[in-house]
Design a protein around this ligand. Sequence first.
Ligand code: UDP
Length: 498
Amino acid sequence: MIETVAVNERLTLDDYEAVVHLTEAVRSLRTEALSLVPPLNGRTIWMVNSTARGGGVAEMMPRMITILRELGVRVEWVVIGSDNPDFFTLTKRLHNLIHGSGDPDLTADDRAVYDAVSRENADALRSRVRPGDLLVMHDPQPLGSGHLLRRELDVRTVFRCHIGLDESSPQTRAAWGFLKPYASSYDHAVFTAPEYIPDFLAGRTGIIRPAIDPLGHKNRDLLVPRLTGTLCSARLVVEQHPVVRTKYAEVATRLAPDGRFLPADDGGGIGLLFRPVVTQISRWDRLKGFKPLLDAFVRLKQRVDGVPATEAADRHRRRLRLVRLVLAGPDPAAVADDPEAREVLEELVTTYQALSPALQADVALVSLPMSVRKNNELIVNALQRCSSVVVQNSLREGFGLTVTEAMWKRAALLGSRACGIRQQIRDGVDGRLIHDPEDPEEIAAHLDALLENPGKRIELGQNAQRRVRDEFLVFTQVRNWLTTLAECVERWGESPIR
Ligand code: UDP
């Protein structure tokens, strides 16, 4: 059961090149493509994964494919499927095991399910794939099909693994033990961080970082009236002067002390656009570290009394008085099938309800509408742009696109040392890193220091944007793919099947 996904992106490389701070990146990609694309002529690159919507892979694919095509590469996106729900239960389990959690006991029955579905999808793909083509299999779901096709056709295969953990445990060993027979036959593998590479793939593995689309709705520049219009349309800001609104079917809501979620501009609003704001936007997942961040914010507020009564410190005292915390995540109705998300949110609601009324006014637990993707992206964009500090206090993080997105907007970033975040933020250069994301005192001290020093925030933000431009934009990702694929072609004759 396979399905080809159509890609219809509006913008072309010329549109990107016309943006002053992207010109250089686009030009150098075009130049490099002159030598990297010809080896791929006459071949099709098959990008294969298991979903056309939702999740980071599906998010990145359309823009990447559009650019590759514009550079002259023939590339198709195919989604594999199965009628057998056990297959997806198993691959979800493998996903969790690679992240270090779950029951590591994988059985012969599990392998039988995996092999049967891999066979079905390989057969479906075989009628489309031609000798000389390259298959890029994303994550464990299509891995088995790629393994079969590599043995049966004159093709080359790349395993693109978007997940990983920077430590070895019975869980990770079980998952990789299960996947090893398939992954071993691949010509090349690509991971997000060196820490994620299992030993048996060492030596034929490269690193490609996830990347953002700088002109997508989540990351494009928003002129001030558009920014204000977005916040008012989403009811995140009280309309104090008429603005050009868009009608949003659903608006952002905020937790009220009585436990209800009401439109976020109720009762005077959060103070976005006016007050200093500390923001974290994530899924409601325990590993995102929301709770310790909330505890840290309470401690930050207590620091007001410690600020010396000097004229020089006046501004900082006022900053600490005015600062507000926004903890935002997807509308719980949109994650109704995720019991953990509900549990995490409920825990935050309980913590919030136990705060004093003054602190309740300073903390906004915000639910973002998810039904219209463009609106959700514009809201995330606007929220990040009006934050003094953006936090990502994850206990674990594969990469953390929220970090990349905020860095691109020159926000001052405070991140944990989770592996994915360490790949992006260099402490003191592009942002600050927390040693222990479960230590509210440490987080509060970092927030205090960042808020006190606007000059430092600007410096960190500028470096952060430069780092994203150089490393984490879609152009770098495309260049890395071209290099990887061209190398596979170069080594065509010398890759024996393992
Ligand atoms: N996100 C969103 N709305 C939300 C919460 C998150 O659009 O309410 C987006 C966020 O902007 C980012 C993605 O979801 O693009 C999360 O990716 P990340 O790599 O940070 O974490 P993951 O959710 O994959 O663990």
